[in-house]
Design a binder for this molecule. Structure first.
Ligand code: IPD
Ligand code: CA
Ligand code: CA
Ligand code: CA
Length: 263
């Protein structure tokens, strides 16, 4: 697909960060520099990748604002546009040598996510979308959400935030209700890839009760452009404010959302 200039800048930055991460992934032993809480690590790899993305994006678009997981928020001269970046989504996997992590870059315009890139550098899979232009994998594969309609044949993904007692009881209830109705639930540890996989039809749905803006911004537009639904977990609320969302294909979404939402 012929992307816009902004999308090309995002893809280039994701590739550059991906190269740095792949290099660091070979020598993970000495990378950890801190923790933000239980199961929430920071490594030199996260910091290096964010620096690379920041340098690339701000050089290309100096007026845009910035929201990065490791460096926080910086207002831009242009208050209507900002980059939303998670340089390494799936740090715990990364530190354990598990090849399931991604770079996530989104562009927000007037409060709406208009483009997103999720790059799985270990598997060389680049998922991307721009509002109105469909969702894509690598150079030329158009992706669509799955066509499954039966819950019992569907596989769902979620994230269970370690160390958080705030949402754990609700999460346990979700699992107890959903598991008997479906073919499987996966918890692979990268929210950005969970959403990208829904877009690619690999998962039939995904929900999470503690997902930060940088985890989900890019994936959200990719799912929508792949023909899927992304909604606040509780109707009428705001995904980013609540940090809770539910996504899925059209065939199972109603039943899936009902299962998770009803108490
Ligand atoms: C985490 C991953 C995980 C999700 C957590 C996130 P990080 O991001 O996306 O799947 O369940 O909520 O914090 O810290 O590895 O970038
Ligand atoms: Ca983190
Ligand atoms: Ca993340
Ligand atoms: Ca991260």
């Amino acid at each position: 697909m012929q992307g816009s200039a902004n999308l090309n800048v995002m893809i280039k930055a994701a590739r550059m960060a991906g190269r740095s991460l792949v290099k660091d992934f070979r020598e993970v032993e000495n990378l950890q520099v801190g923790t933000k809480g239980p199961g929430d690590f920071v490594t030199k790899a996260d910091l290096r990748a964010e620096e690379i993305i920041h340098a690339e994006l701000t050089a290309a678009r100096p007026s845009y604002g910035w929201l990065g997981e490791e460096t926080g928020e910086v207002a831009g001269k242009d208050p209507t546009r900002r980059w939303i970046v998670d340089p390494l989504d799936g740090t715990t996997n990364f530190l354990h040598g598990l090849p399931h992590w991604a770079v996530s870059i989104a562009l927000e315009h007037k409060g709406e996510i208009v483009a997103g890139v999720v790059f799985d550098a270990a598997k060389d899979e680049m998922f991307y979308a721009e509002k109105g232009a469909g969702a894509w994998l690598n150079n030329d594969q158009r992706i669509r959400v799955s066509g499954r309609t039966r819950m019992i044949e569907s596989v769902f993904a979620t994230g269970i935030p370690w160390g958080s007692m705030r949402t754990l009881p609700a999460m346990m209830q979700d699992l107890a209700r959903l598991m008997p109705q479906c073919a499987g639930v996966r918890r692979w540890g990268s929210a950005a890839l969970d959403l990208a996989y829904v877009a690619a039809g690999r998962y039939d749905g995904y929900w999470e009760r503690e997902a930060k803006t940088h985890d989900i911004a890019a994936g959200l537009v990719i799912v929508r452009e792949a023909g899927g639904f992304v909604e606040p977990l509780y109707e009428g609320r705001d995904i980013f404010e609540d940090q809770m969302l539910i996504a899925g294909n059209g065939g199972v979404f109603t039943k899936f959302a009902q299962t998770i939402r009803s108490r």
